[in-house]
Every structure is written in structure tokens, then in C-alpha cells.
Write a protein that binds this ligand. Sequence first.
Ligand code: ADP
Length: 764
Amino acid sequence: MQATRLPRLWRHLLLLLIPLGLLLSAWQAALLAREEALESLHKEATSELRLAAAGISSYLSRHDYLPRLLASRETLKRALANPDDPVAVMNLNRIFDEFRAITDVSDIYLLDRSGTTLAASNWHLPHSFVGQNYSFRPYFQLAMQGQMGRFYGLGTQSGERGYYFSAPVQLDASSRRAEGVVVVKVLVAPLEGNWSSQNGELLVSDENGVIFMASQPDLRLASLTPLDSAVQRRLQQTRRYDGVPLDTVSLATFDLRADGSRLVRFERGPLHEMAYLALSRELPSLGWTVHMLKPLTSLESAQWQAGMLAAGLYGVVVLGGGIGWQRWRLRRERELFAERERQTLAEGQARVRGIIDRTRAGLLVLDEQASLAYLNPTAQAIFSHTPANVEGRHLTELLTPADARRVLALRQPHPSSAVEVLAVRPGGDLVPLELTISPLVSPHGERWLATVFDLSERKIQEQALARARDQLEQRVEERTRDLLDSNRRLSAEIDERRRAEAELRQAQDELIQAAKLAVLGQMAAGINHELNQPLAAIRAYAENARVFLDRGRSEAANGNLAQIVELTARMAEISAQLKQFSRKSGDSLTAVSAQASFGYALRLYRSRLTEARVEVIQDWPVEDVWVHADLVRLEQVLVNLIGNALQAMSETPAPRLELSIVEENGWVRLGVRDHGPGIAASHLGRVFEPFFTTKATGKGLGLGLSISARIVDDLGGRLEASNAADGGARFSVTLRASGAANPPTAARLSQTGALSLCKENRHA
Ligand code: ADP
């Protein structure tokens, strides 16, 4: 379709050119029609003008002879010679009238030497010329000079336009002197009578351009061009137009044509704005010019008609062309369509054939007897047959006899499901195949399509797959076995680890215990002192009591015994504290009062704090703050921290110990801050290492902080060391807060005190 479509640019050009062509052809046709009309007008005017001019000349020249003829008449001469003889004059009048009637002229009259009318054909009429003087007329003056006179003008009596012929009358032939003048007047109006039937205007103008005669009455005695004063004066002298005002109609030429005609227009007067084709012809014998004016109105309609006709014709031609083009296009498109259809069909067939030939399935077309009609190349390869030696043979001949029977039963109106069969190749080889048979729509009668797939490769792959599956199963079994083994090993290792961990914990506990014992060992001297002092006092009090009893001073003895009781109570307290310290802690955590924990630790150091004048600041709320901990272990940590603080402040002049408890966000921070020298920056990272100590041998083992850290860790909290900005070390124990639901009342009641001694002694 695209092939027959005009390019876009061309279509646009055509759209522009068609109306342009229409306009051009209409215009050209109009121009031609105008030329043609002008030409025919010209022709018409030429012949009409010739006729009119001839008519005028012949009409007027007809009477040329008459004055001369009359001048020679005796009757006329007699009357002229005897102007006072009424009979002669009357006679002449009658003769003039007779002649007038015969020759069909207007008037005949005789003037005497002075120009006065002596006799006239209209003697009996009211406007009779008799007695009128016409000496001013040129025809009189010329005739008196012995010439033939001619004149045109308005009659002074009648006011009618006439042409005058005159001749001199000589009484004596020898003298040749004019004694009078005979005049014949011819009216011009009858001439105009014929002109009115003409299509156009006929004008006769004199040498001054005054229209003397005209087919259009309104134009008569009008001037074609304005008259100058000299001309007007002359006209007055001869009284040619006898005072009639000569209006100007101004006939202007607007086109001068090559054929001599002019296109003119009246610029004034009754035919104002009317346009004509004008032709003029001179009548020299009369001194006139005849003008033929053909109106141009016919021109316009001719132009219009021609234009319309041309446009119509053009339209027909263009329409015809368009229809022809459309028909051609349609035919071409139909041809192209058919061609494309043919191509598509051929391509489709080629594609189908290509698909059939290249498909990996073997295709066999069978006729109604199941004989082979066609094999595609794949089928040929599968069966190892060329089409030539197999086409026409029965399908079953290509299969084992057992399969042949099964296969024939597959021909059913619907496609059969696939069956596996064995094909027999020419050499006797068997090929496993998958075969399907389906009915085929064919114009050649009943047909079947057998589709075969070579299964040899699939069979090989299936075997390989089975082998691989077996191997995989075997590998999985082996791996499962390995896995079970390693699992068992792992369990054993885990057990081993657990055991090792338990052992480690026990070792750690033992280590703590050992550390305690070490501390106890260190404290032994102190304890010794602590116990020996009351013992010695008890002994002294006892001896004194015996002496007092011996002397019968039972009251004094009683006082000594009371002292002994008090001292034994104190010793019992010391021993209880030692027992507490050496006790192994339990595993279960409970709610422990942070204030109480600090209280127990402080009690251990009571005497030492007093001795060293240590100012203790306790910054905590009145209400108990409960932490999730084990009382004994937390106490042990605080004892260690306070002990270290006191040791650090041994040289400090005004020792001050700041203890604090702050609870926030579910955590409780217990702070121990001293005003000693603080921890050297290089030691900060190491103070929690076991056996790290800066103290002299025998003064410190370097186990206190490492054990404390371990304990706090076990309690689910953390122990941190830092230096305060204004000197001194600061330790903080952060533990999880616990609700006061289960306050350990028993633990709160435990009384301690021995440890204060031990630390004091250690220090001492
Ligand atoms: P020991 O007290 O037996 O040396 P610790 O584990 O309790 O063992 O302390 C380890 C070290 O940490 C101490 O030797 C000391 O150098 C430093 N230390 C502990 N507490 C303080 C403290 N309050 N002020 C300064 N140094 C401290």
C-alpha cells in the first residue's frame, strides 16, 4: 500500500496546486473570453459604424442638388426680381411647398440680398420664415460669394436640428452676381430614428466635439470635451446652436487597443460611469465624426461564464484524474496484497517444512492403510532408511512383530498416548522408540501422523542416572556414618569440657578459699593478739576473783566475773566472724540490702577506722536498696575494697573514706572512694590480674581484686577501677537491682567483726 501512496510533500503540493490551477485556468479563460468579446464587439462596431456613416452621407447628399436646381428656376428669379409682386411671391411659396413635399425636406426658402426671407415653403405656418433675416448664417454668406453653402445647426424659428444647403441666385447669367440665396433645410432627426434599435450608442460630433446627433436623446447637443471661449464666441456668431447650453459629458479613454478601438467611459452626464468600446469615423464632406459606442456590459457576463466554464472543466478534469488515480491505486494495492498473500503463504509453507525437517521428532505420514507416505529427515535417520526404499511400505514392517500389532490399534480419532516400541533397522539393530499416532486433517483423504522419538540416548542416560543414584546413596550412607562418629566424638568432647569447667570452677573456688586461708594465715598474728589479750585479761580477772573470794569480798569477785563474761562474749564474736569468712559461699542469689552489706564490712574495720581517725562518709538513701547477690560474696568484695582503701590511705594525713549507693535504670552502683595516692595510670589495666601487687612481700598477695572481680562477675555485675579527678582511687560495684520482695532476714542478723581485726593486724 505504501508503494502507491504519494509522498507527504507531494500530497501537500497537490493540495496547493489544484486550487491554484483552478484559479489560473478560470482567470485565463476569463481573459480569453474578454479578448474574444472585445474582438467581436469591434467587428460589430466596425460594420455598424460603416453603415451608419454611409447612411448619414447618403441621406444628406441626396438633397445636395436641390438648391442649385431651384436657383435656375424662372419663377424664383421672377419673384426675386419683383419682391413686391405678391402674386409672384405667392407663386414661389407654393412651388417651394410643392418641392418640399416631393423631395421630403424640411423647408425651402429664398433670401434676398440682405438675407431677408422673401418666400418660404412654410409661408402659411405660424413659424414662417418669411420676413426673417438669416444674413448671420454662413450658408447665406457663402452663397452670396457665389459658392454652394452648407451648414448645420438649430433652426432659429423651429429650434430643430437641420442641415442647410444653399445656392446663389443670379438674375443675369452674364453678370454672375448673386442677387439672392435659395436654401434647403433637411431635418436630421429622422436619421436618429433608425439608430435607437441598435445595441450601443451612435454619436455624431462636429469639429468642436459637440454632439449634434445621438441615438440617446439626452446626449444630443452636449459636448464631448469642454469648449474654450473662442469656440463659444464663434458659435454665437453663427447662432449654430442658438443659445442652447452645451453640457459636457467628458468621454474619457482608459484603454487604447491595438486594433484602433478605444475603451472609453462617460465621466459625466446621463450615461455617467458607463463603459464602452468606441470606434470613430470621420465624415470629411460634412465636417463630422461618427462614433459607435458598444457597451462593455456583455463583456463581464462573458468573462464570468468563461471563467465558470473553465473552472467546471478543470474540476471535471481534476476529478477524473483523481478517480483514475484512485482506481489505479486500488488495482495496484489489490495486486500488492495478492502478491504479499502469495509470499506469506510460501513463507508459511517453507517455515512449516523447515520445522518439520528440523524438528528433533521423527514424523511419518501414513495413508489409510498405514503405508508410509512421507518421512521427515529425523525419521529417516532414526529408521536408517532413505525415503525411496521405505515409502509405500507398511509401518509395521519397520517394527518388531510383537510391537506391530499394538501399534495398529493406536489409530483412533483422537491422538493416542505414547507407547514404547522397538524399531528394526536394515542391519537388524533394534532401536527403542516412543511412538504416538494422531489423525491428520488432509484434503487427500484419511491420513495419520506418527511421531517417533529415539529413546536410545534417554535409555543410556536413565542407566547412568540409576548408577549415579546408587553411588549417591552409598556416599550418603558413608557420610551419615562419619557424621554419627563425629557426633559421638563431639558429645564426648562436650562432656569432657563440662567436666573441665566444673573442675576449673572447683579450682577457682578452692583458690578463693586458699586466698581466704592465706589471709587467715596472715591474720593469724592479729587473731592471736586479739584472742590473747582477752584471754590474759580473763586470766587476771579470774585470779583476782579467787583472791577476792578468799578474802570474802564476794562483791568485788562478782564484778571481776562480770568482766570475764563480757570478755568471753567478745571472743565468741571474733570466732563467729572467722567462721563466717572461711565459709564457702552458696550458689543461689537473693535480694541483699546494699546498706547492710556496707554495714557488715565497716563493722569488720571498726577498731581500725577509729584508730586511724578515718572519716567515713556514707552517701545512700535511708530506705534499703536491694541488689541481686549473695550476701557473703558481696560482703567479701566490699571488705577487700575497703581494706585496700585503708591501706592506701595509711600515709594520708586526713584520711577520708566515701561510700555511696546509687540506683538507676534497674542497676545499683556501690562506690568505694578513698583519698590515697590513687592507682598509677600504667597499673589501671592490670589491677584485676591475679597476683598483681605493688605491695611489699608479706603485705600483699595480689589476689584480692582478681577474686573480687571474679565474684562480681559471677553475681552478674561488674567491678570497675578508676582515679577520682581530685586524687584517690575509686572502685564501683554495679549489680542488678532486686525488688524488696524477699529480704534475707537471716543473713542480715549475722554478726561479723573478726575480719576487721584481721585486716588491722595485717596492716600492723
Ligand atoms: P594486694 O592488696 O594484696 O596487693 P589486691 O589485688 O587487693 O592485692 O590489689 C592489687 C593492687 O592494686 C595493689 O597492690 C595496689 O597497687 C592496687 N590497689 C588496690 N586498691 C588500691 C587503692 N585503694 N589505692 C591504690 N592502689 C590500690
